[in-house]
Design a protein around this ligand. Structure first.
Ligand code: ADP
Length: 637
């Protein structure tokens, strides 16, 4: 801090410093977006004042015409953007412009690669904002005053976008914020009238506040005695109507895309959108977007989510979460209601039945929009959506029982028919390929795709040509428990309970096999009685000697591992060991007369079955030592 009590020089927060650096370097190829970001902030500031003035009109200081002005000075190479919005106090200036409040910023920064190309994509997901000013300016001045404060309360902030910024008191007559960019030498174009107008038209046409610039001067007249030129006037450069109030046919695709960037702070185009006006018992307009990429904080519990809420065109709040369920938290957009009161609060939103109806209608809209995308012949979009948001959508059936069937249609899975881990099969496609007498949808759950794909449980399904869903997402076990059925067919975990795949012929073979293996099963049960609940023979294996099966009502292996990893007490239930008596190793076991060696072999078979499904051994050292003993014996044979 300097000696002057008035003027402080402060350092940017570490994260802010990193972000500034990154922004300047990675967005250089798309510099003009700084204007969109600053106009977006100015428009937000005006929205906030408009809302605050509903409760306290004196904040307007008798001036209720909102506007944003952009003034250029080619001589000094500056661009100044002023708004008469809410403004900032000294503390707010320090907080808002010196730090980054978004939760998860530190981990976002850690995810950066140092590769500018890739990082510029990431920064888009993070959302740029005020700091984008430093892409084009080597010095930025902010002069601001909070609406309602006296002119003496004005604050002046200044920074060169390096390590520091300074703040000092500086009186300001009018409320709001004025930002002056001292443009870099190679960014002179942004002091030029034509260039700036075209950028505003391109990016900020839909902003509901007028964005004004000085009208071009009329061409100089030769007539020396011409009357003194009238003072230059400001004229509105953008359309200045809220985009969602226009009818669909009047809004171009580009305008929809730019508006998305304004509401979402996203840098990329959205995947799809849906714009609707509802009239009837409830009246509202909604404009909902599905982003192309997951935001950096999709899995952060505090991530910003929800829609921008307007009531009769007046901005009420950001992040109104009540209009969509949690599993659609990636949706961005606007809802403008004619029924809610202007002084509606978050608490009221939670209880208002009108909000409930809107929520179910909007949820349906989003699901319909996704369904349409999935149906479109160009399904690349949906595959892209699924890659980014599939895991979130999988939370749906548990949260929203009413739409379970609709959500189930949107789910995508890998199956035994996929070569790679591409989740691209719908349940409808699976059902259409089901065998004639197949009445269940089979699935296997494992830690990862390869473990699932190579699970011994699949052997008999391969043999019989029955398709199985391969699940390896953390939420999958839970998803299946909630789904229960699709199209009248129940889901069956292939590692759970007894299999009922057998034809009459198979049954006869099995009964015979069971009889022949009675002695072996009995011996195994005795040796493994502490580790398994039961030993039984199986026909589900063709290549492996054994596998583990979970009881019908016990917790699945994947769910158990997740809960245990989260430090929870999980009720202990022992698995069932199923063995394949036709396997050479089973026959070898059956012949083994030495009880100690039989016990060692039996434990190895059990441990191998555990490993094959990606489980952890209770006593890995014992496994290694048993295996080594056997290997040594092999060598000395
Ligand atoms: P974001 O807009 O995503 O919050 P920014 O970095 O663009 O992030 O801005 C940080 C904060 O600074 C804003 O949230 C807002 O509180 C404040 N701010 C920025 N521009 C203005 C402005 N023109 N008037 C008032 N406050 C502003």
């Amino acid at each position: 801090m300097t000696a002057d009590v008035n003027k402080e020089t402060l350092g940017f927060q570490t994260e802010a410093k990193q972000l500034l650096h990154l922004m300047i370097h990675s967005l250089y190829s798309n510099k003009e977006i700084f204007l969109r970001e600053l106009i977006s902030n100015a428009s937000d500031a005006i929205d906030k004042l408009r809302f605050a003035a509903l409760a306290d009109e004196t904040l307007l200081e008798g001036q209720g015409d909102y506007e944003i002005r952009v003034e250029l000075d080619e001589e000094s190479n500056t661009l100044t953007l002023s708004d008469n919005g809410i403004g900032m106090t000294r503390d707010e200036v320090i907080d808002n412009l010196g730090t980054i409040a978004k939760s998860g910023t530190a981990s976002f920064l850690e995810s950066l690669t140092g590769d500018e190309q890739k990082d510029s994509q990431l920064i888009g997901q993070f959302g740029v904002g005020f700091y984008s000013a430093f892409i084009v300016a080597d010095r930025v001045d902010v002069h601001t005053r909070k609406a309602g404060d006296g002119p003496q309360e004005g604050v002046f902030w200044e920074s060169r976008g390096e390590a520091e910024f300074s703040v000092e008191a500086k009186p300001k007559e009018t409320r709001g914020t004025s930002i002056t960019l001292h443009l870099k030498k190679d960014c002179e174009e942004f002091a030029g009238d034509w260039r700036v107008r075209s950028v505003i038209k391109k990016y900020s046409d839909h902003i509901s506040v007028p964005v004004k610039m000085l009208a071009p001067e009329p061409p100089a007249s030769d007539d020396e005695k011409a009357p003194e030129a009238a003072p230059a006037e400001f004229e509105t450069v953008n359309s200045a109507t809220a985009l969602w109030t226009r009818s669909r046919s009047e809004v171009s695709e580009d305008e929809y895309k730019e508006f998305y960037k304004h509401v979402s702070h996203d840098f990329e185009d959205p995947l799809v959108w849906s714009h609707n006006r509802v009239e009837g018992k409830l009246e509202y307009t909604s404009l909902l977007y599905v982003p192309a990429k997951a935001p950096f904080d999709l899995w952060n519990r505090e991530m910003a989510r929800g829609l921008k809420l307007y009531v009769q065109r007046t901005f009420i709040m950001d992040e109104a979460e009540q209009f969509l369920p949690l599993y659609l938290r990636f949706v961005k957009g606007v809802v403008d209601s004619n029924d809610l009161s202007l002084n509606v609060s978050r608490e009221i939103l939670q209880k208002d039945p009108a909000v409930d109806s809107m929520r179910s209608a909007l949820t349906k809209r989003v699901l319909d929009m996704l369904e349409k995308m999935a149906r479109d012949s160009d399904s690349e979009n949906y595959a892209n959506f699924w890659k980014h948001f599939g895991a979130v959508l999988k939370e749906g059936p548990a949260e929203d029982m009413g739409n379970k069937e609709k959500i189930a249609k949107l789910l995508r899975f890998s199956t035994t028919q996929s070569d790679q881990e591409d989740e691209s099969e719908s349940l409808e496609a699976y059902v259409s390929r089901m065998q004639e007498n197949q009445d269940k949808i089979y699935y296997v759950v494992a830690e990862n795709f390869n473990t699932a794909k190579n699970s011994p449980h699949l052997e008999v399904f391969r043999q019989k040509g029955i398709e199985v869903l391969l699940l390896s997402d953390r939420v999958d076990d839970w998803l299946m428990n909630n789904l229960q059925e699709f199209d009248g067919k129940s889901f069956q975990d292939v590692a759970r309970g007894a299999l009922e795949l057998d034809s009459d012929e198979d049954k006869a073979v099995r009964e015979e096999m069971e009889k022949a293996s009675e002695a072996l099963v009995e011996r195994l049960s005795a040796v493994l009685k502490n580790d398994v609940s039961e030993v039984r023979t199986t026909t589900r294996l063709t290549e492996s000697v054994a596998c583990l099966v979970v009881g019908d009502h016990d917790m699945g292996a994947q769910m158990r591992r997740i809960l245990e990893a989260a430090g929870q007490d999980v009720p202990q239930s022992k698995p069932i060991l199923e063995i394949n008596p036709t396997h050479t190793l089973a026959k070898r076991l059956d012949r083994e007369a030495d009880e100690d060696r039989f016990a060692d072999l039996a434990h190895i078979v059990l441990d191998q079955a555990t490993l094959a499904e990606g489980g952890q051994l209770h006593d890995p050292a014992a496994f290694v030592s048993r295996l080594n003993t056997l290997l040594v014996e092999l060598g000395t044979d």
